[in-house]
Ligand binder design. Sequence first.
Ligand code: MSP
Length: 465
Amino acid sequence: MKKFYVTTPIYYINDIPHIGHTCTTVAADILARLHRQLNEEVFFLTGTDEHGQKVAECAEKEGIDTKNYCDKIAPTFINAWKSLEISNDFFIRTTDPRHEKVVGELLQKIYDKGDVYKAKYEGLYCVGCEKFLTESDLEDGHCPLHPPEKTVQKSEENWFFKLSKYAEQLIDLIENDNYIFPEGKRKEVLAKLKAGLNDISLSRENVSWGIPLPWDKKQTVYVWFDALINYYSATQFLENKEGFWPADLHLLGKEILWFHTVIWQAMLLSAEIELPKKTYTHSFYMIDGQKMSKSLGNAISPQQLVDLFGVDGARYLIARSFPSENDSDVGIERFKEKYNADLANNLGNLLSRVCKLGEGLIVEEVKFEIDKKYIEQIDNLKFDEAIGWVFENYVDKSNNRLNEVTPWKLEADDAKRIEVLTECAQNLRRAAAYLQAVMPGTSEKILKQLDGKIRSLAGGLFPRI
Ligand code: MSP
């Protein structure tokens, strides 16, 4: 059986999920479900990033023990994904001792390779990003993604990783055996690599909330080194998952591109572990021209969408507005319009017309295979195009046919009426097969209505809002 291993970033535990996090999780879920539908053996991993200064500071502010704080917040992510019917096979938490053990082992390999040295770090650090900042990261002297007070001056003794040692090898890999998608991001990373690479700190002296370094227990592993290893560690400590490394696909947002396409690969090269096959970096959800984020106070929560549009409505809207190559402007009003137009008035209305007019008609099963181009588009995160094609081809066409033929004006046994209704029912079955990964519940409902014969429909599929 072909294997498919897909991951999402692990989310910082200081935040509760908004639809920026959700879009990556839904995207991974669509890919996982489609690959299962194609009879592949899938491993879909998501989780939470629980160490580091930012999480420790949050817990302190709330006046509770850091681990208790994590135990309190992790379920908000687990439950958010449950309420969206996310089909992850495992939920990893970086405070899991099994993960911590693999982190220690991997770092030890890097140490044994001779790829670390102790030096003084002096410069700016963004606690929001958990990142050491360079000149080019700054806007008005601070990190543009977080409030200015999150950018702090640091001066500490750290262990450094010889990232620069791997520059040539990475350039070569990206040029010849590319793993960075989409193309724009590949170019961006290549240009930055060619401009020169500095070594990077891999430990922290004054952050106790982290995994102790195996060779210097007074220091903790820099949270990003710890977090990136989750993709690999899960395949090591979970039973029967070893065969899934290297990952087929890491999904991530654009502000964490460098970590996932340079630092992670260099760590793996140093530890002599195979590299992930592909990374896909998406853009941001924006609200009124600003990045959606908790700190800006403009976040839409996944629960808000589920309450308004139902699980499948929420999944559908996220998929269609997914910020693949460009940022995507979203808002509740826009979501409502899209929901009404596509789901209530189009797909839902088609099913209800077919069930009402065609009740009792036999629908023979027509064998068909999922179109290669559709699979390719989903694999390349082009959800809007892929789903748009399904709608055009099967849903819009059928509604138009009904409007043309007007079967409601024909006698029940009229051949033309029977023909158009069975044709529409078959198109709906195909649409349901295509949309299974996007709207699993809806797809099942449609198929149930049309299984063998057309059944009368109690209520609607998507009530109008
Ligand atoms: N903990 C790190 C990731 C470690 S992975 C080894 C992290 N966490 S995060 O919670 O801040 O962000 C997780 C993901 O959510 C990132 O991919 C980020 O791009 C995504 N999003 C956060 N806000 C977003 C939008 N407004 N729009 C789309 N995605 C965005 O970074």
